[in-house]
Structure formats: C-alpha cells, structure tokens
Design a protein around this ligand. Structure first.
Ligand SMILES: O=c1ccn([C@@H]2O[C@H](COP(=O)(O)O)[C@@H](O)[C@H]2O)c(=O)[nH]1
Length: 229
C-alpha cells in the first residue's frame, strides 16, 4: 500500500523542480485542483511518462449526469484513483462509478473533509451527529453505490473497516510528522498512527513539500509507514 505525495504546486515548472531536486522520481503522487486547473490533463501524461502512480483528487460533486460524463473523460486518463464527494448522494456516486466503467481507475468518495471537526458539522453545517457518525454514514452510502473506498482521517479507519469490510479501501490525508505544523487540518495523525489504525493509503502534502529537507521528510514518512517507528 502506498504513500501519495500531494503535489499542491501552482505550475508544472515548480512541480518538476520539486520532484527532481528531491530525487522523488516515480513516487506515487496526488494531483489536486490547484495543479490540474492550471495544467489540465497534460499534467497526467507528464507524470505518467516519469512512471508516477497517480491519485487524481478532483472531488467531483454535481448532478449525477454531469459527474457521469466527467468521469468518462477522466477514465481515459488511466489514473489509479479519483475522488467524488459522498455528500452528492447515492445516484451521483453510482453514476461516477459507471462513468469509469472499462478503466481500472478506483473511485474513492470523500466522507468528511479532514479540515472539519465536530464543531464545524454542528455549528456551521447543522448536521446531526459527530464526525465519526457522519463518516460511517457516508462510507456505507458510498459502498452501497459502488465506490471502491473512501477518504477520511486516520481516526475513522477502524470504524469504516468494521462497517464496510477490510477490503473497502481507505485513503487518509491529514498526515503530519511529529514536528510539522497542523495548518488548516483538524483531524491529523502521524504515519505511524495511520499504520497502527489500518489505513490502506496515505496522502502527505506539506509535511514533505514544505519541510526544510523534503527528501529527508519523505524518508521519515516511509520509515514510520513501513516499520511503525
Ligand atoms: O479530507 C480531505 C480530502 C483531501 N485532502 C487533500 O489532501 C492534501 C493534504 O495536504 P496536506 O498539506 O498534507 O495537509 C491536500 O491536497 C488536500 O486537498 C485533505 O487534506 N483532506
């Protein structure tokens, strides 16, 4: 199971420099809105040419037909995983999966963003239940609709596996090394904790990209993830 480095950079020039300067050729990477909206699908071809496994994190959320048609276009990019928001509902998630038919791209549904906590759910969104209850509900919905797995924080992985089964994949952002700053994330965990709680895949951005020595930070993440230390 892999660690995806979040390439949250404004352009390909900066991305390419980061990967080269830090000797990260071929590592699994996550492409999100910032880079994709600037560089478009060409960025995927460039990264594939350098053998990077790719998680395309575009978090689609629209009416079912629009998401279906968009996923048909995404399917032709042959990335490893793509995201949709579970809050778009069962029919939207189902149509997202149908749009990917014929490709090997896995569909991951975002449950509750790792930048949110119980307070935000209750006071700002008026959702009933705490983060964990909502994550379980969205994960069960995503599974029923045909998704391959969900995005959540590390802390909800055990309950997701309990309710949806061990083979329902979990990918967890909000990863921080012990000395990294929390930034805008509310539900964080170390790579070591992610291993202990059973995440299948990690997403690590600023703990690596903003580190004084990104290569050393990447190696520390891998050490904790592979050996739990
Ligand atoms: O719930 C979510 C879903 C996606 N993300 C994305 O992961 C990275 C995390 O970056 P860090 O710098 O490690 O905080 C970022 O690209 C988000 O868009 C998430 O954080 N939480």
């Amino acid at each position: 199971m892999s660690v995806f480095v979040a390439l949250d950079f404004p352009t390909w020039t900066e991305t390419e420099r980061f990967l080269k300067d830090n000797d990260l050729a071929g590592v699994p990477v996550k492409v999100g809105m910032e880079l994709f909206y600037r560089e478009g699908p060409a960025i995927i071809e460039k990264l594939k040419a350098d053998n990077h496994p790719i998680f395309l994190d575009l978090k689609l959320h629209d009416i079912p037909n629009t998401v279906h048609q968009a996923m048909k276009n995404i399917a032709s990019l042959n990335v490893d995983m793509v995201t949709t928001h579970a809050i778009g509902g069962k029919e939207m998630i189902y149509q997202a999966k149908q749009g990917l038919a014929g490709s090997s791209t896995k569909l991951m549904a975002v449950t509750i963003l790792t930048s949110m906590d119980d307070n935000v759910l209750e006071r700002e969104l008026g959702l009933s239940g705490d983060v964990e209850e909502n994550v379980i509900r969205f994960a069960a919905l995503a599974k029923e609709a045909g998704a391959d797995g969900v995005v959540s924080s590390v802390h909800e992985v055990p309950v997701i596996k309990k309710h949806c089964g061990d083979d329902f994949l979990s990918i967890t952002p909000g990863i921080r090394l012990a000395d990294s700053s929390q930034d805008d994330q509310k539900r964080i965990a170390t790579p070591e904790k992610a291993k202990e709680l059973g995440s299948d895949f990690l997403v690590v951005g600023r703990s690596i990209t903003k580190a004084e020595n990104p290569r050393k930070a990447y190696e520390q993440v891998m050490k904790e993830w592979q050996h739990g230390e």
